[in-house]
Ligand binder design. Structure first.
Ligand code: THU
Length: 130
């Protein structure tokens, strides 16, 4: 099984491909699925700023596209000194697919926050019982 260390490293490799010319804030994500596959994602910005998509949601899209919806762990890395948490939109999207997701965040100082989607998103919106 892929370790959290390995997942962080994959997110760090992916971050190289982030397209973030407007914010100057490249983000890399790596999503581990229950069948042991890893899907990376990066933020992809646009001149029309509001069209930018976060790294986490791009990783989710790649996983779902490949037929994997059961997520086990997510690593997110940035160039911030301190770890930065996933935005609210990404929390909602992650929650859609996994109620039991480990989330690992690292900034540049090497400090790691290990949390869960349940902790990050304690009062989710659900349109019906799912
Ligand atoms: N961003 C992410 O990729 N993930 C987050 O959880 C928060 C923000 C991106 C969006 C934008 O491209 C840049 O970081 C600055 O907000």
């Amino acid at each position: 099984m892929v370790t959290h260390d390995e997942l962080v490293e994959m997110a760090r490799d992916a971050q190289e491909n982030a397209y973030a010319p407007y914010s100057g804030f490249p983000v890399g994500a790596a999503l581990l699925t229950a069948d042991g596959r890893v899907f990376t994602g990066v933020n992809v910005e646009n001149a029309s700023y509001g069209l930018s998509v976060c790294a986490e949601r791009n990783a989710v899209a790649r996983a779902v596209d490949a037929g994997s919806r059961d997520f086990v762990a997510l690593a997110v890395v940035t160039d911030s000194e301190e770890p930065t948490m996933p935005c609210g939109v990404c929390r909602q999207v992650l929650w859609e697919f996994s109620r039991d997701l480990a989330v690992v965040i690292e900034g540049r100082n090497g400090r790691r926050v290990e949390t869960t989607i349940a902790e990050l998103f304690p009062m989710p919106f659900t349109s019906f019982e799912s």
